[in-house]
Design a protein around this ligand. Structure first.
Ligand code: NAD
Length: 327
């Protein structure tokens, strides 16, 4: 008989609500298996419903959470749950206070997908400047249309929010010889100074720039931050990028901005209502480039986040404090 101690996960169950976990988070999944955990995984492509989660949570010691809802009724069913490890950043689907009251740790992975989102924002910027989607469409339709684009070098950029994603975007943009200013009342001036970014009031961040990129969280205070009034302060032809949340931009105001020419084009990963209605009036404008809330969807981001969520679970059952405890 071996006298080696049983692995921390022996006899313990991890429920994994996140979809496509085996495909996208293989390394983290293997870490859990190597530590002896038994996994119950969502094998479908849709999040667990409340009743599915309520059933599964009863036998769970840990959860790798997708977007299924860990609210009070769900947590009330959990007899032995010690940790909810969120596969991502957002925690709006987890009742943090209720979890704390029940002694359940909640962790997330701040900045885990920042690179992916920053690069998508950069992709939108370059696409809009060179009108890539229009050229792509024209060539496929047999038209040899050559649009004369604009260069990123030498442009002026205004960032709304200066957190993990906006800072990474600034760092990546620095190689393009651009001028960047940002609005973020809570930003660390040392971070801004190190990246050569000027911290300015909201109105200044959108004035006299070629590109505005939105990177604040969606809160009551930031709902429709980009509205008619703010758009009026922008220069003619300003490009607007939103990879943050749809509710930050008043879409009706954006349509008006595109129609007046004040907005010269928009790169949108997020919408006020998702999935977006294909009849959304924004799609009437050729200068609108979109993605289906795919900012975080890179192989590298899933791998990184998958590993961090698994590591947090192993830490908790090994008696270590997990990184990024959120409650
Ligand atoms: P972060 O928390 O690092 O940065 C957010 C910044 O916004 C902080 O610096 C904060 O000080 C600032 N802020 C907060 N309230 C503000 C206000 N009222 N006015 C101005 N600034 C304010 O977050 P992050 O990782 O940079 O992510 C930013 C946002 O991107 C997230 O909140 C999320 O909504 C979005 N996001 C989208 C995707 C996607 O798939 N498209 C993926 C990850 C994150």
């Amino acid at each position: 008989m071996s006298d080696r101690p049983a692995p921390v996960g022996a006899g313990r169950t991890v429920i994994v609500g996140a979809v496509r976990y085996a495909e996208l988070c293989g390394r983290g999944r293997q870490l859990l298996i190597d530590n002896g955990f038994t996994l119950i995984e969502n094998q479908t492509t849709v999040p667990w419903t409340a009743s599915e989660l309520h059933e599964l949570i009863r036998s769970a010691d840990a959860a790798v959470a997708g977007v299924e809802v860990f609210d009070q009724p769900a947590l009330a069913e959990a007899a032995s749950l010690r940790i909810v490890s969120r596969l991502g950043v957002g925690l709006d689907n987890v009742d943090l206070a209720e979890a704390r009251a029940r002694g359940i740790d909640v962790v997330n992975v701040p900045g885990g997908n920042a690179e992916a989102v920053a690069e998508l924002a950069l992709g939108f910027i370059l696409s809009l400047l060179r009108r890539l989607p229009e050229m792509n469409e024209a060539a496929r339709a047999g038209r040899w249309d050559r649009y004369v684009g604009r260069e990123l070098a030498g442009t002026r950029i205004g960032l709304l929010g200066f957190g993990a994603i906006a800072r990474l975007l600034s760092a990546r943009l620095s190689g393009f010889d651009v001028t960047i200013k940002a609005y973020d009342p809570y930003a660390d001036p040392a971070h801004a100074a190190a990246l050569g970014v000027a911290l300015v009031p909201l109105e200044d961040a959108v004035a006299d720039v070629d590109i505005v990129s939105v990177h604040v969280p969606h809160l009551p205070a930031t709902h429709h931050l980009v509205n008619d009034e703010l758009i009026t302060r922008m220069s003619e032809g300003t490009l607007l990028i939103n990879t943050s949340r749809g509710g930050l931009v008043d879409e009706a105001a954006l349509v008006r901005g595109l129609e007046s020419g004040r907005i010269g084009g928009a790169g949108l990963d997020v919408f006020e209502h998702e999935p977006v209605d294909p009849r959304n009036p924004l799609f009437a404008h050729s200068g609108v480039v979109t993605a289906p809330h795919a900012g975080a969807d890179t192989v590298e981001a899933y791998d990184r986040i998958g590993w961090a969520t698994a590591e947090a679970i192993v830490d908790v059952f090994s008696g270590r404090r997990p990184a990024n405890l959120a409650n």
